[in-house]
Ligand binder design. Structure first.
Ligand code: HEC
Length: 107
């Protein structure tokens, strides 16, 4: 009986782990993703490396970043000083969610 319980517990843990790995197939927490990947440099939508290129609308407009596609394009092919994020780092669906979060959060 004790053995059976342990096996059941392991199975439960494995199921949770799989769910966590597949998280982007479900609902994406864009705020969390932003904080994990971008906030080190873009804290509160700013830019600690290049203060002229923040994520706020005024700077985005000045730098031609108008839509979520432009933001994803920067992630895939960034300017000097920014980490490059490829599909294997941040899949397209997640990249889009982060971009939309930026558009609606940093005005
Ligand atoms: C290591 C620091 C760093 C990280 C991490 C980082 N960035 Fe950047 N980001 C920069 C720098 C530096 C620039 C300005 C690059 C340039 O001169 O074009 C920039 C520019 C941008 C711009 C253009 C803003 C403008 O007004 O021109 C966008 C959009 C952007 N980053 C999005 C992101 C997103 C989304 C993430 C996370 C997935 C991210 N960045 C992570 C440093 C970073």
């Amino acid at each position: 009986m004790k053995k059976t319980l342990t096996a059941a517990t392991l199975l439960t843990v494995a199921t949770f782990a799989t769910t966590a790995l597949a998280h982007y197939k479900g609902k994406i927490d864009a705020k969390k993703e932003f904080e994990a990947h971008c906030a080190v440099c873009h804290v509160n939508g700013g830019n600690i490396v290049n203060p002229a290129k923040t994520l706020h609308k005024k700077d985005r407009d000045a730098n031609g970043i108008k839509s979520w596609k432009d933001i994803v394009a920067r992630m895939r092919n960034p300017g000097p000083g920014m980490t490059k994020f490829e599909k294997k780092d941040i899949p397209d669906v997640e990249a889009k969610a982060i971009a939309e979060y930026i558009l609606k959060t940093f005005k």
